[in-house]
Design a protein around this ligand. Structure first.
Ligand code: BGC
Length: 268
């Protein structure tokens, strides 16, 4: 049987962030990383040419791993902006020249293998829903990632409703992520207590709008959740992401893995 049609083969996942581009080889059955994580800094300016070249470096490095999948196997990629039908429709924290770029086609050509791109927070949400803190939770789950910006994934009964952009809610006259992202906390030199006040305002507003069953907090500072989650007063349970900073890499491979397994079922 063609190795491409092997059910549940390992897959390469790449997470493009505002500050770093990370990749790993993921076991789709468990969501566990089979390789070490390879990271390169996001080039500045983060233009399509520079970023795709950096993604190619990470994929080439991963391809030397003993766990690497077949050379032409598909790659799942995340991007920190709206992705609809493989095209970029927002670029808040990357170079504006990404707008209207067909990123699926660009990366497919650059890597000479099929590539499917989804929003970074959506990928984290898929990973948490399948393998992490949202596993088995019915109803609405909101995964909020606090990083360079604020990302969000809206999961309902384990399924993703893509491209929820709740980091850009206007709160007190500001685009929320400009005040309440992890990078905004550092930029403004806020203590955890001061930052928690902003998070309280943010999560109360989102809770009022959506009444989810669960909030999951992802992004780099999910590792420091003890500093701020206990200070928040919400009626919704709020927990850190289980997959921590790897959720994007793992989630990048979920959509593409489903398509592969569908192809196996059709071929058998
Ligand atoms: C973007 C989102 C992204 C989030 C986290 C926001 O600025 O609009 O699409 O998910 O940052 O990277």
């Amino acid at each position: 049987m063609d190795e491409m049609l092997q059910q549940n083969p390992p897959l390469i996942g790449i997470d493009i962030g505002g500050t770093g581009i990370k990749g790993g080889i993921v076991d789709p059955k468990s969501g566990i990383l089979l390789s070490e994580t390879i990271r390169v800094p996001t080039p500045q300016p983060a233009t399509p040419e520079a970023v795709t070249a950096a993604v190619a470096v990470v994929v080439a490095e991963l391809s030397t791993s003993p766990q690497a999948p077949e050379a032409r196997s598909p790659v799942g990629v995340t991007f920190p902006g709206i992705i609809q039908h493989g095209v970029v429709h927002s670029a808040a924290n990357v170079d504006k020249s990404w707008l209207h770029t067909d990123i699926d086609s660009l990366l497919t050509a650059q890597l000479s293998r099929p590539v499917k791109v989804i929003n970074d927070a959506d990928a984290a949400g898929l990973a948490e829903a399948r393998y992490g803190a949202g596993k088995g939770v019915t109803g609405s789950v909101l995964v909020i990632t606090l990083g360079t910006g604020i990302g969000s994934a809206f999961i309902f009964d384990g399924k993703l409703v893509p491209n929820a952009e709740l980091g850009h809610l206007e709160i007190d006259g500001f685009d929320a992520e400009t005040q309440s992202s992890a990078v905004a906390r550092e930029r403004n030199g806020l203590s955890w207590a001061e930052y928690s006040v902003l998070l309280q305002r943010y999560f109360s507003h989102v809770e009022f709008l959506f009444s989810p069953e669960l909030f999951i907090v992802g992004g780099g500072i999910s590792m420091r959740a003890d500093e701020y989650l206990p200070r928040l007063k919400l009626r919704t349970p709020i927990v850190p992401a289980v997959l921590r900073n790897e959720a994007g890499i793992v989630g990048a491979t979920i959509d593409i893995g489903l398509k592969l397994n569908f192809a196996v079922l059709r071929a058998s």
